[in-house]
Design a protein around this ligand. Structure first.
Ligand code: 5BU
Length: 470
């Protein structure tokens, strides 16, 4: 392996490092430019670069299960590190494929795995952070990034701000000294580059960590991003009726359910049922419920919580006395049986344009749906976006704007019931947990004036949504 001095000179000789006047992506004019893309034409230099980078992370004793190069220049570098040192690699697509699995990260991994980032040049750190974000969205953890050249313009601090350590092989100052000593540049150029670096520091100590600066999208913008007709329709209803309230109509007779649906209908976007607690279920109830859904423009969600193997849930969903798939726009499913449950439900529901929510978290005390289970449920949902349109959860779990987050266990004041239910307020759910829909049951159904209560929940939920834009 070449020493650093040799490598720096080789990079200069192959014009991976150039001096002159260059306009950078940001529009700023720079006296120095790195174009590491050319190293693919020089396999020995490529190997030398990847060896330096591997050694740096080894010396720093970084822990990681896989490596991911920032596309595109660092891809071959990461590939060499991976192949030479038997480190599994992940590839981040710049755009998700429009067909097949629509994956943005290719390769095998489990949620919670640590992934090392490899990059050719770091300026502000934003390209590294983009890749980090995609990995984090899939449940991966990033603590370290390794880079060949650090332009010393604030990238390492920006990454530190996001809890990522940057390991660089060569800083721009060190590179300039080597090239000066080797007679490749003169002192004037060294000074010019130094001046440029000092004057073009991108680091803002006040900047919020990257994950906090994401833009909040309106329901209209999110509807536009949905490919499933039901999520598109739901976001449109939320905007049109100015409500993110779902009523959990947990009553025991058909008459009560119909009465609730008709009186509360104007205030809700979703009516959630537990059809198996109705004592006098009949086809007539379904017919009335469906016409009320049309009259008040809400979506029907049967909270059936399917939890069996694909073949069984298919029959439970499509058959039996309730024939759920014939009238419920949305159903939900536990992730515990594995992806077969989604396949089974999809076989019945997809042709009817029905959709499913994954139970990724629950509101009840002591729930086992947490940590890795939640992360795996999210992955399962995201791998089946043609049928799964979101989650039952207690916080935002996916950055995909098309994915809906619906949260049960909501009342106007936080608290518990006697059987493990835990309540959050509408504001906590929408503002802090960044969920989309509040699901309210007894807060409305057992209030002295359910209609008035529904109005209050509608207002509280929608005000919290509007406040996201202030
Ligand atoms: P409540 O009366 O607002 O506590 O009713 C909550 C409803 O949401 C009720 O129908 C539950 O079956 C449902 N629910 C829940 O409370 N918590 C969960 O994690 C899930 C569903 Br999933």
């Amino acid at each position: 392996m070449a020493n650093l001095k040799d490598l720096a000179i080789q990079l200069f000789d192959i014009q991976a490092v150039k001096f002159g006047t260059f306009t950078l992506k940001s529009g700023i004019s720079s006296p120095v430019y790195f174009d590491l893309r050319v190293i693919v034409s020089y396999p020995k230099i490529m190997r030398s670069v990847s060896e330096f980078m591997w050694k740096a992370v080894k010396d720093a004793e970084c822990e990681y299960a896989s490596i991911c190069g920032v596309p595109y220049t660092a891809l071959p570098i990461a590939t060499c590190m991976s192949a030479d040192h038997d480190i599994p690699m992940l590839i981040r697509r710049k755009e998700a494929k429009g067909y097949g699995t629509k994956k943005i990260i290719e390769g095998h991994f489990s949620a919670g795995d640590k992934c090392l980032i490899a990059e050719d040049v770091v300026t502000s750190g934003s390209s590294v952070l983009e890749t980090v974000k995609s990995l984090q969205d899939e449940g991966l953890v990033v603590t370290d990034a390794v880079v060949l050249l650090d332009r010393e313009q604030g990238g390492s601090k920006r990454l530190a701000q996001n809890n990522i350590r940057l390991h660089s092989i060569c800083s721009i100052s060190k590179l300039m000294l080597i090239l000066l000593e080797a007679g490749k540049v003169d002192q004037k150029m060294v000074n010019q580059v130094q001046k440029f670096i000092t004057e073009n520091n991108t680091f803002n100590p006040e900047a919020k960590p990257a994950e906090e600066v994401k833009k909040v999208l309106t329901y209209v913008e999110r509807a536009a991003q949905c490919t499933h007709p039901l999520s598109k329709r739901l976001f449109s209803i939320m905007q049109e009726k100015r409500t993110n309230l779902a009523l959990s109509a947990d009553v025991n007779t058909a008459a009560e359910l119909i009465q609730m649906a008709d009186s509360i209908g104007p205030y809700i976007c979703v009516l959630k049922t537990h059809i198996d607690i109705i004592e006098d279920f009949s086809a007539d109830l379904i017919q009335k419920l469906s016409s009320l859904a049309a009259k008040h423009n809400f979506i029907i969600f049967e909270d059936r919580k399917f939890a069996d193997i694909g073949n069984t849930v298919k029959q439970q969903y499509g058959g039996g006395m309730y024939r759920i798939s014939e009238w419920a726009d949305i159903i939900n499913a536990h992730a515990v049986p594995g992806p077969g449950i989604i396949q089974g439900l999809k076989e019945v529901g997809a042709t009817k344009n029905r959709a499913c929510l994954m139970l990724a978290q629950m509101s009840s005390k002591g729930t086992l749906a947490k940590d890795t289970y939640t992360a795996e449920s999210v992955k399962m949902a995201e791998g089946n976006k043609d049928f799964v349109i979101g989650f039952i959860c207690t916080e935002k779990l996916s950055s995909d704007p098309a994915m809906l987050h619906m949260t049960p266990g909501v009342q106007l004041s936080a608290g518990v019931d006697g059987l493990g239910q835990q309540y959050l307020t509408p504001q906590e759910v929408i503002t802090n947990r960044e969920s989309d829909v509040i699901i309210v049951g007894r807060g409305i159904t057992q209030s002295a004036n359910p209609m008035q209560a529904a109005k209050e929940y509608q207002e509280a939920g929608f005000l919290a949504y509007q406040a996201l834009f202030n």
